[in-house]
Design a protein around this ligand. Structure first.
Ligand SMILES: *Cc1c(COP(=O)(O)O)cnc(C)c1O
Length: 356
């Protein structure tokens, strides 16, 4: 049976990337060595790292005001590392609380300085994105989560502010054309839309560093990582390699314009199907719907279990909603083909007919 992989993360990767990654584990580039057996300071790995950085800069259209780092740990590490590097003890950072991940981020920041939550959509179960809220001019930065993976909302226009923007783009990075220059710091765990778990992409506008008094442990210090060219210590070599392959794949496919076109087509098909079938309900505000993660429910809760059972039977992987949200979540990252969304929509129609 053909499987359709709607996992929320780690999630589907392009088949070509998996094939190349598998070959590299056995025999990297005909060297006779596994990628897992070569030093991170060899020319071989330096080329991989450079290729990955160049691809990021190309896709983001960034100049030398920005540095690209590949660091250890998931996005959760950045919840701590961002304020440790940017937020002085007596200063205030502004945070948007629009979901599970943003909520964790601001709680971590409180360990380092003052935090003002300037946007909070928890009053309606995080089912919308706040708009037109005031941001204090003297805030050190404004942190937001560009796509709320768990709740299925996405910022379709980034906050407009003179305060440096810090974005957690873990679940929609490189999914559509984006004005990355609006942000002073961008981070993303690789395992949703960019590669294998174990590495973070961190992109920093250099001018925001060096402004605080706190001593920073070396391994947590962005400036030191920049000076070491992401090679302060052994990077997660294999995870960097898979990201490099995925970035190349995105460029070969036609870059962010093409990713955006595909993701729009896929998500429109799914949301149109949900809206057309009275059995299903997507409670997220329409203008804030995520192109990456669609969250919806069965109007009759008793039908949820049989629906999920049918999904399982038909090879639809990973569509159960997040444990605190429930319902159904369909993740449609870059590598998910249109035919998988079509197959899922066909299944929804069949289920609706049976239970009409
Ligand atoms: C998955 C996710 C995280 C957490 O990533 P880890 O790599 O598990 O630390 C953080 N932010 C967002 C938006 C996510 O989707």
């Amino acid at each position: 049976m053909k499987l359709h992989n709607f996992n929320s993360g780690p999630s589907i990767l392009p088949q070509a990337v998996l094939t190349q990654a598998a070959e590299a584990i056995i025999n990297y580039n005909q060297t006779g060595l596994s990628l897992l057996e070569i030093g991170h300071r060899t020319n071989w790995f330096q080329e991989i790292l450079q290729d990955a950085k160049d691809s990021v800069k190309q896709l983001m259209e960034l100049d030398d005001a920005y540095e690209v780092l590949f660091l250890h740990g998931g996005a959760t590490t950045q919840f701590m590392q961002v304020p440790m590097n940017l937020l002085d003890t007596k200063a205030t950072a502004a945070y948007c609380d629009n979901g599970v991940w943003g909520n964790k981020a601001f709680k971590e920041a409180k360990l380092f300085g003052n935090v003002q939550v300037v946007a909070d959509s928890s009053d309606r179960q995080y089912r919308y994105i706040n708009k037109g809220f005031p941001i204090p001019e003297d805030a050190t930065y404004l942190h937001f989560t560009s796509n709320n993976t768990v709740e299925g909302t996405q910022w379709h226009t980034y906050p407009d502010t003179h305060v440096p923007l810090v974005a957690d783009m873990s679940s929609d990075i490189f999914s559509r054309p984006t004005d990355f220059k609006k942000c002073a710091l961008i981070y993303a765990g690789a395992q949703k839309n960019m590669g294998a778990a174990g590495v973070n992409l961190v992109v920093i506008k250099k001018e925001i560093l060096g402004k605080i008094n706190r001593p920073i442990p070396t391994i947590m210090n962005y400036q030191k990582h920049i000076e070491a060219g992401s090679l302060m210590n052994t990077p997660p070599v294999f995870a960097v390699y898979v990201s490099m392959l995925t970035l190349r794949w995105i460029i070969e496919q036609g870059g962010l314009a093409e990713m955006g076109r595909r993701n729009k087509t896929k998500s429109e098909l799914l949301y149109n199907t949900i809206d057309a079938l009275p059995l299903f309900d997507a409670p997220v505000a329409k203008e804030d719907r995520s192109q990456m993660n669609a969250v919806f429910f069965l109007n009759d809760p008793a039908l949820e279990e049989p629906f999920l059972a049918l999904c399982k039977q038909e090879g639809m992987i990973g569509v159960k909603g997040y444990r605190t949200v429930g319902g159904v979540r369909v993740s449609m990252y870059n590598a998910l083909p249109m035919e998988s969304v079509q197959a899922f929509c066909d299944l929804m129609h069949a289920f609706a007919q049976k239970h009409a």
